[in-house]
Design a protein around this ligand. Structure first.
Ligand SMILES: [Ca+2]
Length: 536
């Protein structure tokens, strides 16, 4: 009798475990209604924020896809893992690391993903996932595979650009030079493109999981937009009037800022309808921002579909939901179109959480948190043990009390944005012979003129790391030679977020005492800046 009741109890326990819906978004800065965007139309994310907890001060560990995602999903910071460009695979670096979904899989969860959760190259990590999405259900419904461009002229343009770039530059064109147009508005259904397709697939998969088995699920739904190219169905473009789209007035690099901290928008410029040097003119800039906003609303609608399906399934009250973006994005701020800097606009990310048991709903918190905290947080909320290797700190206590005194500082890093060519990767010499040449010459001259005797191409291209520390009031960026970590920084930036939230002026030089004090705080590292909170 005792055996039977224990068995029933065990079964009940396993089935009552909360599911996890893990929503990642690619390149989304907090351009969202609930984050006070004056223009973005995001009713579904806003709704989630109104029911959960919104983090207003959440930061990525590096503002580029691969390293940010590796850090989130392994729980290890780029500085520790060494994964600070897009061409390192986390399994090559850490073959036996237990990833976040793998941890859930090992603890009785069915784990499955669609879209972009890990970065390309890490995408199909077989140790992390227990099953495939419900492709068969979709096939029955005759949904075709998604496309990159829907309009034939844009498909043709991509092919022709590719051909042309290989003719001009030879083999080096394969390193991303041969891209099509930067944006598209086509009158097509949502699932013509990847994000709509993956949402349909996620809903079908969730319904299959709920119908067929009794394990809780960890379902990863990774949106590709608003990453370039900015393609979205026309109806999302139509949500915005061109006349209402304003550009940031802060379109110049910071006064006295680090010359090596500013890049010439490599990623955007490889698109075929974007100028290869010089400023992006106002008309194009407005179109680009329009395109970005259209993608944001497109993704928001897909999130609405997913959340509504979860509510319809009856599992909403039994599911932990986290929504996060891998980094922010400059839309002309500081003269940059792209990610890949140490500045606030690239490192600050939207993050919203909903958990069935949380006591505070619809609140916003200014607590400093980091994406590397997601792994321990979800583990704690799902009552799983915490693996020893994790470098984040669970922010679960904030779900009950968003006003708790929290971390003293959070950390991000990026190697020389000005000269790292692609995904923070060291420059391939042949790139200097392409249209990247004049761009690189210009930024290199800027660095030389600022850094004078410090200039050394090998140091700046390969060994210089910008370490950013964000406190409540300040952002400190130390540019250091990674081959000589004990040496003083080559250059220091300090921004006062109380008086200068847009980081327009580096005040390090005229504030030596404050800079020294913050540098001491930086030296304590993430260990020394954790929240002092003691778990009950
Ligand atoms: Ca990204």
């Amino acid at each position: 009798m005792l055996c039977i009741s224990s068995a029933i109890l065990a079964q009940e326990n396993s089935t009552s475990k909360a599911n996890v819906l893990f929503i990642s978004i690619d390149d989304l800065r907090p351009e969202i209604g609930s984050y006070d965007s004056s223009i973005a139309q995001t009713p579904y994310i806003d709704q989630l924020a109104s029911e959960g907890l919104q983090f207003d001060k959440a930061y990525c560990q590096q503002a580029i896809c691969g390293p940010s995602r590796a850090s989130v999903l392994t729980g290890i910071r780029p500085e520790t893992s060494g994964i600070f460009h897009n061409y390192l695979k986390f399994r090559d670096v850490n073959p036996n690391v237990v990833t976040l979904p793998q941890h859930f899989k090992n603890n009785g969860y069915e784990t499955v993903y669609m879209g972009k959760i890990f970065h390309h190259g890490d995408l199909d990590d077989e140790k992390s996932w227990s099953r495939l999405p419900a492709y068969d259900s979709l096939t029955v419904k005759d949904i075709v595979k998604p496309v990159g461009f829907a309009l034939p002229k844009n498909v043709r343009e991509r092919q022709e650009t590719r051909k042309k770039m290989f003719e001009i530059y030879g083999d080096v064109a394969k390193y991303g030079l041969a891209s099509g147009v930067a944006y598209e508005a086509a009158d097509v259904p949502d699932n013509t493109y990847a994000d709509g397709y993956h949402t349909d697939l996620a809903i079908a998969t969730m319904n299959e999981l709920l119908a067929n088995q009794k394990k809780p699920f960890f379902l990863g739904l990774g949106f590709n937009k608003p990453h370039l190219n900015w393609v979205a169905p026309k109806k999302y473009w139509d949500l915005y009037k061109r006349d209402s789209i304003a550009l940031s007035p802060h379109n110049q690099p910071p006064n006295h800022g680090a010359a090596m901290g500013i890049h010439p928008s490599f990623e955007l410029r490889v698109r075929s309808n974007i100028p290869k040097k010089g400023p992006i003119d106002k008309e194009l800039a407005i179109t680009l921002k329009h395109a970005y906003l259209a993608c944001v609303s497109y993704v928001d609608t897909q999130i609405g579909k997913m959340l509504n399906a979860l509510k319809d399934s009856g599992e909403y009250e039994n599911t932990i939901i986290i929504l996060w973006s891998d980094h922010g994005f400059h839309l002309g701020e500081m003269g940059i179109w792209g990610k890949a800097t140490n500045y606030e606009v690239a490192t600050r990310v939207p993050m919203i959480i909903w958990s069935p048991g949380m006591k505070s709903r619809g609140a916003r918190t200014n607590a400093l948190v980091e994406l590397v905290d997601i792994y321990p947080t979800l583990s704690e909320l799902a009552e799983l043990p915490l693996p020893k290797h994790l470098e984040g700190q669970s922010f679960a206590p904030l779900l009950d009390n968003p006003k708790l005194d929290w971390k003293k500082a959070v950390f991000s890093q990026f190697p020389t944005p000005a000269l790292r060519e692609w995904g923070a990767y060291p420059l391939r010499p042949a790139m200097r012979e392409t249209f990247f040449g004049p761009l690189l010459h210009e930024v290199e001259e800027n660095i030389k003129s600022q850094q004078k005797e410090n200039w050394d191409r090998k140091l700046f291209e390969h060994n210089l790391m910008g370490y950013a520390m964000k406190t409540k009031d300040y952002k400190l960026i130390l540019w250091k030679d990674i081959t000589n970590p004990k040496a003083s920084p080559i250059f220091t930036e300090l921004y006062n977020h109380q008086t200068d939230p847009d980081e327009t002026t580096n005040i390090a030089i005229e504030n030596p005492e404050l800079t020294a004090k913050l540098t001491l705080q930086f030296k304590k590292g993430w260990h020394g800046n954790k929240a002092k909170y003691k778990y009950p």
